[in-house]
Every structure is written in C-alpha cells, then in structure tokens.
Design a protein around this ligand. Structure first.
Ligand code: SF4
Length: 98
C-alpha cells in the first residue's frame, strides 16, 4: 500500500515568460528545483506551446538544493514556495541556506 503525500504548492510564480505560467500561477503538474550553484526552476521553459493544466496549481516534485533549510533527502518540506527572478530568471525565492 502506498500513502499519498501532499507536496508543497507553488504559491506564486511571477515569471510571465514561462509557458506554464498564467497570471502569476504555475500550471505544471510538478516542478523540479535545483542547480549546482542556485535554486533554479528546471521546469521553466519559453515556448509558443502553452504548458500545464489550467485547473491545477503546481507542486514541488523534487529539489536538488540539499543545502536549503526546507530540504530533506532532496525533497522540499516548505509549506509552499514562491518562484521569481533571483540568480536567474526563474528561481525558488523560498530557498534559505543552512
Ligand atoms: S524552499 Fe528550499 S527545498 Fe523547497 S524548493 Fe525551494 S530551494 Fe528547494
């Protein structure tokens, strides 16, 4: 038997250039955060094709930033996250270094 675990929601994403973004919300099913040097959103994509589903708000599926206080075993345990420009055009703004 498996247990459904709620993943952190993407409360807000201000990266309007992303194909998954509509009016400040991310509509991908789940996103992946993390790069070697900063908390980049790997799901960000510029495309003429609209991404995601309007009826849902994205969750954080995985995060590679093990140095973030919200990270345990490469999973995010923050209540929710915000995405916006920081080191890059689309980064996790909820990142807190240990
Ligand atoms: S809050 Fe921390 S652990 Fe959660 S997605 Fe952002 S960088 Fe990763």
């Amino acid at each position: 038997m498996t247990t459904a675990i709620e993943m952190p929601r993407v409360q807000e994403c201000v990266v309007a250039a992303c194909a998954y973004n509509n009016a400040g919300d991310c509509h991908a099913y789940a996103i992946t955060i993390g790069s070697m040097d900063h908390a980049h959103c790997h799901t960000f994509v510029e495309s003429p094709v609209r991404g995601g589903m309007e009826s849902l708000i994205a969750q954080v599926g995985a995060c590679q930033r093990s140095d973030c206080q919200h990270n345990e075993q490469l999973e995010c345990h923050a209540p929710s996250i915000r995405v916006g420009p920081d080191n890059d055009l689309a980064d996790c703004m909820t990142y807190v270094g240990r």
